[in-house]
Design a protein around this ligand. Structure first.
Ligand SMILES: C[S@@+](CC[C@H](N)C(=O)[O-])C[C@H]1O[C@@H](n2cnc3c(N)ncnc32)[C@H](O)[C@@H]1O
Length: 447
């Protein structure tokens, strides 16, 4: 077997990321975009010692659970890697991903909390632009990167973004062509316009960030955007002249409207600036926080820590139910947001600490007794020093929110080996049509 070889296979099952699985010469073969019981032609893409990666190039006998053909899939952003299956199958794959990754017994695994809207849910999109040569000159394309590639798929109607976000992007694209704005070319590192970031809130307020290599006069574009879309409340430019994959620099200049837009989560208001971290799916975020708070079984006598708290969106929602909550977050701007959000919502029983959780938590060890700690770390999971300090504090309950079940499993095993029991887990579908799944785990201290 070698790369690019083709085989006719029958898919036997699916793996935790939604890949079809079959065997060739006793090797396990993972097949991108193939479903259980499908007969298909596959092309080998990557050979490892014990397993092989491949992609389906022709489906000979499609599964009844398939809703998009391979050709339709090829026009979507690489992020939508479960867009070819019906929603029930997607939920089954995600539930099994959590169950099979945790590989633990004697805990309650709840049904996955499903989404009401599986399309057009993203409240933040970053979209690259590219200039292409045509017969009569040049044109501009914008869209998303193909899976594992740097090729842009030209797409004016992305089905993860809101309709208005697509319309704003389309207008910007036409403007760039009409006014000959030089588009950035990453190979030659020339040109001006790199990407656009569009954010929105549940109240339909929009923020637009034009990402450019140098200061540029966009006053005409601002006038057009203001006139066409009353929903746009704030426009920034972000100047990023570096040859880098990091899209946003720290150099922001507001060119229209408000400094921030305001999101409402479970009845509280939160200011959102261009760099503020916010969950990308508002409705599922509310369900996630509600379930995390339910699992913690909070009461008005409790003192709580919310580690990795971002702009304080869980912290301030926890505050409604407890005596006191302390949020810890490493990003200064997020803590500025969090303190503003505390004031804006008239909350008195929450405080925020800025710094790495692994250091800041040590300062809380001999202070008030903590009844519950929430953690919501980034994909890499918790720092070992942070977990060791939490363990030493004998906190009765831990609510671990994770967007990466693999690192959550590593951390949960450490907690279990240090005197905690896994009680209950709830997966939440925060990212429909993708293979990502959010999980909430409740652990309690034995005795
Ligand atoms: C997944 S986000 C969660 C934010 C928040 N809980 C929410 O729901 O919006 C993870 C947060 O952890 C912060 N972070 C990353 N490493 C950290 C560290 N070592 N100490 C404290 N915060 C950290 C990030 O800046 C980010 O705001």
């Amino acid at each position: 077997m070698k790369e690019n070889d083709t085989y006719k296979v029958l898919i036997e099952s699916f793996d935790v990321n939604g890949y079809g699985v079959c065997h060739i010469d006793s090797k396990v073969v993972f097949v991108m975009y193939a479903l259980e019981n499908e007969e298909c032609i596959i092309k080998i893409t990557n050979i490892h010692k014990k397993y092989v990666f491949s992609e389906a190039i022709k489906i000979l006998k499609p599964s009844p659970n398939r809703i998009l053909t391979l050709e339709e899939m090829s026009k979507l952003s690489g992020e939508c890697d479960l867009a070819h299956v019906d929603y029930e199958t997607e939920l089954k794959i995600k539930y099994l991903k959590v169950k099979q990754t945790l590989r633990l017994d004697n805990y309650k695994l709840n049904n996955i909390i499903k989404a009401d809207n599986i399309y057009n849910y993203r409240n933040k999109v970053m979209v690259p632009f590219q200039s292409i040569k045509t017969e009569d000159g040049h044109d501009v394309i914008s869209g998303f990167y193909e899976k594992k590639s740097h090729e842009i798929i030209d797409s004016d109607n992305d089905n993860m973004s809101t309709k208005l976000s697509n319309d704003i992007r389309y207008l910007i694209k036409r403007y760039l062509v009409l006014f000959n704005v030089p588009i950035y070319d990453e190979l030659t590192h020339t040109g001006v316009f790199r990407e656009v970031m569009i954010r929105n809130t549940i109240n339909n307020d929009y923020m637009v960030v034009l990402i450019v290599t140098r200061d540029y006069d966009f006053s005409r574009l601002v006038e057009i955007l203001k006139e066409e879309f009353v929903e746009i409340k704030s426009i920034y430019i972000n100047i990023n002249s570096d040859k880098t994959n990091v899209i946003l620099s720290n150099d922001f200049k507001k060119i229209y409207g408000e400094d921030s837009i305001v999101e409402n989560i479970l009845g509280l208001d939160f200011e959102v600036k261009p760099k503020t971290f916010m969950q990308v799916n508002h409705n599922q975020c509310e369900k996630l926080y509600t379930e995390a708070i339910r699992l913690a079984d909070l009461n008005k006598n409790m003192n709580v820590i919310d580690a990795y708290c971002g702009m304080g969106s869980i912290t301030l929602n926890i505050a409604k139910h407890v005596n006191h909550v302390t949020g810890i977050e490493i990003v200064d701007d997020a803590i500025v947001n969090a303190n503003n959000n505390k004031k804006r919502n008239n909350i008195l029983n929450a405080d925020f600490i800025c710094g790495p959780c692994e250091n800041e938590i040590t300062k809380l060890v001999n202070k008030e007794k903590i009844d519950v700690i929430f953690f919501d770390p980034p994909r890499k999971g918790c720092d070992k020093k942070f977990l060791d300090t939490v363990i030493s504090m004998n906190i009765p309950k831990i609510v671990y929110i994770s967007c990466n079940i693999a690192t959550a499993k590593r951390d949960i095993d450490i907690l279990i080996n240090s005197g905690y029991e896994l009680k209950e887990v709830t997966p939440v579908d925060l990212f429909p049509r993708t293979s990502h799944v959010e999980t909430i785990a409740l652990l309690t201290r034995k005795n």
